[in-house]
Design a protein around this ligand. Structure first.
Ligand code: DER
Length: 218
């Protein structure tokens, strides 16, 4: 489909940011899967990868790309990941795929965050996509009540346990006109592990494709 073509073009454009001999930070999702497949072609030139999910780890290993533990990896030059929404400030909503915590950790370590996405992810204001929040299971009801006080409608993502053994609340109807402030407020709620607003630290580069061309935003 055009959207698949767009994801593949954006993913392939990210290869240009991968330096030889380095360990690449790899995100999670269908767009990143195209990036992993493209990375396989130059696996001789890279040291390996650090992954943000069991799913990406499995795909990297299926291509014979070594996967390192972040604690043993040292500096990560570039982190490549998708987004559910991205605004003009390169702030994002992530977590649609449920990997937001490890994604945010590897992104925090990486020097450069390259976001790859089809142009349907571009928004003026974040928040149409429900904001994923990873929560310690025993705190689910308390966190949900606190999120209601912030004006959101939290919905428990039934049947999903994250790689870290936590649950996810997807928060609808937030009016996110101050992404950095809301990210901080959500982090303050006891029991919240991670929220899917990547705003205080957004992407450094966004490669956005409509299936024909790739636009680079910085
Ligand atoms: O869950 C995530 O953060 C993913 O990166 C997601 O936001 C993008 O997934 P997609 O590439 O399958 O649209």
């Amino acid at each position: 489909s055009t959207q698949d073509n767009a994801k593949r073009l954006a993913a392939e454009a990210a290869i240009a940011y991968v330096k030889p001999g380095t360990i690449v930070g790899v995100g999670t999702g269908s767009t990143v899967n195209y990036f992993i497949d493209a990375l396989a072609a130059l696996k001789q030139d890279i040291e390996g990868a650090v992954s943000s999910s069991e799913a990406s780890t499995a795909r990297l290993k299926s291509h014979g790309i070594p996967v390192y533990d972040l604690n043993g990896a040292g500096d990560i030059d570039v982190y490549v990941d998708g987004a559910d929404e991205i605004n003009r400030h390169l702030q994002m909503i992530k977590g649609g795929g449920g990997a937001l915590t490890r994604e945010k950790i590897v992104a925090a370590v990486a020097k450069t965050f390259v976001c790859i996405a089809d142009t349907s992810k571009e928004v003026d204001m974040l928040g149409t996509f429900p904001l994923p929040v990873e929560v310690i299971p025993m705190a689910r009801s308390y966190v949900a009540r606190e999120i209601v006080k912030l004006g959101g409608d939290p919905v428990y993502r039934e049947g999903v346990t994250t790689d870290n053994g936590n649950i996810i609340l997807d928060v609808y109807n937030l009016h996110i006109d101050e992404p950095i402030a809301l990210e901080g407020k959500l982090n303050q709620i006891t029991g919240v592990v991670t929220n899917g607003l990547f705003a205080a630290r957004g992407a450094d580069v966004a490669l956005l494709s409509d299936g024909q061309q790739v636009i680079t935003r910085t």
